[in-house]
Design a protein around this ligand. Sequence first.
Ligand code: ZN
Length: 722
Amino acid sequence: MAELQRPTLCCCRKVLTVPSKSCEGGRALGQCRLVDIASASNFHSFKLRHFHLDLHLNFALKRMTGWQVLELVPIQPGVQTLVLDTHPSLHIHSIDCKVPGAAGSPDIFLSLTYRVDPFTDYGSSLNISLPATVIRPHRALQITIRYTTTDGPAIWWLDAELTCGQTRPLVFTQGHSVCNRSFFPCFDTPAVKSTYSAAVRVPEGVTVLMSASRSAYSKSDRVFQFSMEFPVPAYLVALVAGDLQHADIGPRSRVWAEPCILPCAVSKLGGSVERWLAVAEGLFGPYVWGRYDIVFLPPSFPIVAMENPCLTFIISSILESREFLLIDVIHEIAHGWFGNAVTNATWEEMWLSEGLATYAQRRITTEAYGEAFTCLETVFRLDALHRQMRLLGDNSPVSKLQAKFEPGVNPSSLMNLFTYEKGFCFVSYLSQLCGDIKRFDSFLRAYIEKFKFSSVVAQDLLDFFLGFFPELKESCVSQREGLEFERWLNECGPPLFEPDLSAGEVLTGPVQRLCDLWGSPDTPEAPDTAAIATFDLSSWSTFQTVLFLDRLLDRSPLPHEVMSQLSQCYSTLLDGMNAEVRIRWLQIVVRNSFYPDLPCVRSFLLKHTSRMYTVPLYEDLCGGVMKCFAVEVFYQTQARLHPNLRRTLQQILFQTSGGATSASSTALPALPCTAAPVLPTDGPPPVLAPPILAPPTTSPPPAPTDPPPNGTIALRDVNVSA
Ligand SMILES: [Zn+2]
């Protein structure tokens, strides 16, 4: 569309230094440079060699105070300003500069002036004036920024009551996509990578972990020291501090968790992680990060998992769903190659990380657990993709692999199933083009070897692909159009190709047959209960059960008779299963307004306090006729919810219209509430925790007399990891 064209952008998503001359399909280094519309910084003007954080964590005040040292080299002549990304929740005290003296002369120390300007609703720009007299291209300088940061989008302070053990407070950070500018001033773009180090001072009894390759602890000073010796983008710098203990589960892996959940975590993962790493190394080459550790976080963690290098962050709620835990950890392991070693250079091409990681995850599960299991999991996710497609329509711009942001769009709003699953289908298409899955593995190995520790655009991947398979390059009329790369990248709508999943038939077949027995809107006759009784759900895998429930959910509302029979057959059985199964069954209960099973909804919401297990149910409750019930349960549980989640649920419960978590000022339509993992960047950052609301002295607000149709607001989260 015309309004989405940006004539200054080259076909390879880099801005042209020579306007009107494109790369003509090739990456012409030096001719074009990358634009990251989500960053206010002037990262092109500097080489960031390294940065160091020195922080003191104050749990009582929920503050991090300290300083950051950036080691920079100006690489352009005439640079007079250093512009960094920052956030209104980050308060700067002072900025100094040290320039090493030339040829024996003493170092120069200067205090710098600075100004903070508005940028978007997810950040500000920090403009630091550099002294023209001492700044020279290629002459290194050190900038020291003293600052305090509180509870911006990246930083999640949990009171003791919100932790699993409920004995000590905990804090974690979550940088993806553009949150870390509230953690430390930075070039907050995935295009820039650097090494970093940190010293973190905490009260006694608190353990600090970071996404770093080396760590040390000085007990006398209560200082944790970290060093990340491999270059990473700002969003992959992560910290967690609390009552954390560890157990080794392999030669290079340990599990970290609060003491009360550590034994469970170890029992679920012991022995498996090293096996998965070994399979991944066999496919994609050496694991470059040294350690692969995992830290389990309390239910307040806002997404399922995050691929922080050396230290995956994962929500403890997933522990009860063994197959989802397995998939999520393998997905994060896959990011060790795809996303972390080789990173998408802008957030507009997030599929380069997520699509490739999803493909790699499925190559690992195919090797470790067989094709049938992998196909079942893929069918389940592609079902979800098509569900999103039905809700958004074929022309939704979020269905493009190469999204185009308008200024102000929060990249987190682009985190959706297309990024993962349409990206996966494109990678599968490339694999099919080359004709041999093992040859494609070799290509991916070579791709990692060539681009590791750098950031790429799609053109880099595709050029390398055509270079690796020259026969494909020759066989098509033009590099892009002949192989339909352009359509894949820039067209809305469903994937142009989906892989053959017939190897999963042995597992998906029974699911579909049972669904058919329960009837469809076209077959109004009563279900054949005798035939239905021959299916034993208790012997099914979790993915079979959730696929069955998702397909029933797609058909809801069901005839009341059918719903009654479903409840009779399955309610007790499903209520004893894991949370991924239960939430789907309870959504069926809610969307069908089936009151006899409402106590199960209440007990589920009383138990689960994570975003992924509450938001979808509350949305369904409020989208139907059960809003009073939802309000009542909310009043019972709100004190145990993280303030950010409490705020989201208050919006769902008490807003009369509109999505609860949609990003503001987006050119792309924000997805309905839970289509994407709901990141803390949605909306302005919290300044004060929302108050715990007193229940009304009279009855709760009446249910809307004309509830919106379910489909408009109830797009389910399908357990998308970051
Ligand atoms: Zn991912």
